[in-house]
Design a protein around this ligand. Sequence first.
Ligand SMILES: NC(=O)C1=CN([C@@H]2O[C@H](COP(=O)(O)OP(=O)(O)OC[C@H]3O[C@@H](n4cnc5c(N)ncnc54)[C@H](OP(=O)(O)O)[C@@H]3O)[C@@H](O)[C@H]2O)[C@@H](O)CC1
Ligand SMILES: [K+]
Length: 504
Amino acid sequence: MQILSAEQIREWDAYTIAHEPVASVDLMERAAEACAEWIEKKGWLHFDYSVYCGKGNNGGDGLAIARMLSQRGCKITVHILEFGHKGTDDFQVNLERLHECNVPIVFIQDNGFHPTPKGNIIIDALFGSGLNRPLEGIVADLVDFMNNSGNKIVSIDIPSGLFTDKSSKGNTVVKAAHTLSFQVYKTAFVMAENGQYTGQIEILDIGLHKDYLEQHKGAFFQMTDETFIRSIYKKRTSFSHKGNFGHALLMAGSYGKMGAAVMAAKACLRSGVGLLTVHLPKCGVDIMQTSTHEAMVSIDKDEHCIISIPDDISKYNVIGVGPGIGLENETKSLLPAILQLKKPLVIDADALNIIAENKALLQQLPAQTILTPHPKEFDRLFGESPNDFVRMEKAQHAASKHNCVIVLKGHNTFMAAPGAKGFFNNTGNPGMATGGSGDVLTGIITGLLAQKYSALNAAILGVYLHGLSADMALQFNSFETLLPSDIIKYLYRGFKSIITEKKE
Ligand SMILES: NC(=O)C1=CN([C@@H]2O[C@H](COP(=O)(O)OP(=O)(O)OC[C@H]3O[C@@H](n4cnc5c(N)ncnc54)[C@H](OP(=O)(O)O)[C@@H]3O)[C@@H](O)[C@H]2O)[C@@H](O)CC1
Ligand SMILES: [K+]
């Protein structure tokens, strides 16, 4: 699914109006009908509703929804923000139509707000994609009033006060339980900093013209949904053998952090790699050999940490480096030599921190190296960012500048690559916030890269599977009990869900 900016959505609305063709007010009718149907399907017609409307088209949606819910038998009160000026044309048409339904309308002035009865559901149709400045004065007070009312809030298109394409940090924003939005995701919805406002997001189909997307291919961020994932997944044939699936080298582990190496190794194996060798310090050999029988080991000359490169590097087609390697000086000095091997590379954890201490190393990354930082590691590498939007733009810029793939881990992990607009992931859950999740991801991506996925596709598929397997594991866990090892355990379910319904 595509993720569009406010400007692109406006263009798409206009394209649909011109090319379907459909009158703007009829498109609004479709949007409102989709919301009313969603409420009906939810079984919420026995509730009373307080509908808060601005005077733009978001408010127009609100008026139309009020009419439709009233026609379905709900008790409705409409509250309109009165700024003196007239509403948009479609707002005015819907105000006329509402008058015919005898729905009570309250105009909100600055002399106090009409209380919302307990148990009413609030429909928030104050501002949508036309928001052009932070809320202040009476409008901000109204939003605080709504947020503090204790009533469930359903926001139409986007929680009022939330900017579609830039950060709303520190601003007054409606806190919705549900956001009913139209046709596609908006950029604001995939930013972790906005999670507290959007609640559950529902994307409702209002039949915008498909040709617009075709004509602007490549201009949008992508949400990596199931259809997209199936399009990049490489199915195995019955003639496949282990030589087809690569030989990965993982450089991982140090004294006290061997678990990271074990998890990365197991995840790499479970992601389908043909052969795996793990290069680790002497102290880790028994641990790896007894825990992970399928992995071969390459033994470093040091007892406690990695300080050398294995012999005969030519047999490995990819390298994953970082999980649990620690920050000993000799390990740090090894990293430039690893980069010089010019192998397809996945870099994570301490290896990222080593680069952050010596940023000149960024210039030496082999082409299409995959970096998998979480936001703190990212900030160490590329500087602090005031918010998620800026960090995302920096990731795009850094990916182009260093010809690498950046996997910026988070609620909706963002993947940036040169020449691509950017991909957001939509699988995963809060149960993954346990140390070791990242090691598992590194293992998976390294395994996929060894199987000749492109760097970007290895990242996209790896991140998707990582989250999906964690979601599968949730059937038998709570957020608290879910462990990174469970993600590995349920990787097969992740793969199966892609494979089973794959269309030939
Ligand atoms: N046919 C279509 O296109 C469809 C559109 N659809 C719907 O339209 C919505 C977009 O409508 P929109 O463009 O009219 O903008 P909207 O968000 O209602 O608000 C704009 C008004 O708010 C005002 N304003 C802005 N910021 C403010 C602030 N901080 N504080 C106070 N005022 C502020 C601004 O006024 P001004 O800047 O002049 O003061 C202007 O009057 C979209 O989200 C979707 O719900 C659907 O029906 C599908 C079909
Ligand atoms: K809204």
